[in-house]
Design a protein around this ligand. Structure first.
Ligand code: NAD
Length: 350
């Protein structure tokens, strides 16, 4: 039986391995670690190859590829978004991703990214909330209590100082699930029966719903001055969560404007409406929150660099854990030019 050489074996992190790695590191520790990696990569933003993600839309959802490179490593993620999947017992969002060595072009990691996307999205939200939310913010309204919601809540606790989450979902079963999952996680959890009730006393408002339409999760009159809105769910053309009037009152912060203008809440605005890029706030090139009364809005869509950071983090953390499978993914003939010979020899050797 032929065996590939070590250099051709690609570490593969399965869903099971990812869950074990999270238990091994600790969820909140991992969220903090991911936020550090994402911040480090946002600080060297200009180095990266950047492009809006490549999306293939259908009536039911979207399938996307998200590539980027810093010149040393190259990464991409495959991800879908299918809001109607839930009723068939399927996830709205599933993903996997790959990291490769730019010098040789060889993949160095293949990983599940459904769970990792929830973690990286939450870590990015909390990193941005720490930057923009009003001082002393400790209460978050969590509107949409689906797959992302617990991760969003715990990242806000670990990174942005939140100690109370107020849950609301149009489906009470989702709120019950989220409240049960968050019990004993060190957060005060309040289940609410309307978005308005969830927003009572909240300085941070996270919207994380899934519906392929221009939805209005927040209307203008619901949003008071001085809050930080973390808008997660509006992330593809024709899929938004906020009334346009809110956008006109807010300071808007985005990952990569070229992508957010296609996919984010700001697809509802003129293409030249001013926005601030998060990386510029992190590097001090742009101002964050200007005053206590300003509404800050993170119009999150999820950008390739966050996935790249997450894959870098996983590559660094799996060493010595055994929490991966060496995958025979790359053909590796002894003579690199004799791929055919390798195939021929396999007939006799197997
Ligand atoms: P999910 O389907 O598991 O949960 C969505 C929840 O929203 C459901 O429980 C649903 O009942 C609820 N909901 C729908 N309409 C509502 C309304 N009007 N008011 C209150 N609740 C409502 O989805 P998920 O995996 O948690 O993802 C949520 C959204 O986040 C999706 O739209 C997804 O595309 C998006 N997302 C964004 C990023 C990013 O980086 N910005 C990353 C991952 C997911």
């Amino acid at each position: 039986m032929m065996t590939p050489s070590d250099k051709a074996l690609v570490p593969f992190v399965s869903v099971d391995h990812m869950m074990k790695l999270i238990q091994h590191i600790g969820l909140e520790e991992m969220l903090k670690g991911l936020a550090d990696y994402i911040e480090a990569d946002f600080r060297r933003w200009e180095l990266f190859d950047k492009t809006p993600r490549v999306a293939s839309h259908s009536e039911k959802g979207v399938i996307e590829l998200m590539p980027t490179s810093d010149g040393e490593d190259y990464g991409f993620k495959y991800v879908n978004g299918h809001p109607s999947n839930t009723k068939d017992g399927l996830q709205t969002v599933t993903a996997f991703g790959l990291l490769a060595d730019v010098a040789s072009g060889y993949p160095v990691l293949l990983s599940e990214m459904t769970i990792l996307t929830a973690l990286r999205t939450a870590a990015t939200s909390a990193l941005v909330a720490r930057l923009l939310a009003p001082k002393g913010a400790n209460v978050m309204a969590m509107i949409g209590n689906g797959a992302q919601s617990e991760f969003q809540s715990l990242a806000m606790k670990a990174i942005a100082g939140v100690d109370e989450v107020r849950l609301y979902d149009t489906d009470p079963a989702a709120t019950r699930k989220c409240a049960a999952n968050l019990a004993d996680q060190g957060l005060r959890v309040v289940s609410c029966t309307s978005a308005e009730e969830a927003m009572l006393g909240a300085q941070i408002i996270t919207t994380c719903t899934a519906d392929k339409q221009y939805a209005t999760i927040l209307t203008d009159n619901m949003v008071g001055s001085g809050v930080h809105i973390n808008a997660i769910g509006g992330d593809c053309p024709g899929k938004t969560e906020l009334a346009p009037a809110i956008l006109h009152r807010a300071g808007i912060f985005v990952e990569y404007p070229e992508q957010t203008r296609i996919e984010g809440e700001i697809q509802q605005l003129d293409p030249d409406h001013p926005v601030t890029e998060i990386w510029q706030v992190l590097t001090g090139q742009a101002q964050g929150r200007t005053d206590d009364r300003q509404i800050t809005l993170f119009d999150s869509v999820g950008f390739a660099i966050e996935d790249f950071s997450a894959l870098r983090y996983i590559r660094d953390k799996i060493t010595g854990t055994g929490l991966f499978l060496p995958l025979d993914l790359l053909a590796d003939p002894d003579d690199p030019r004799d791929l055919f010979g390798m195939l021929q020899r396999s007939k006799t050797q197997n």
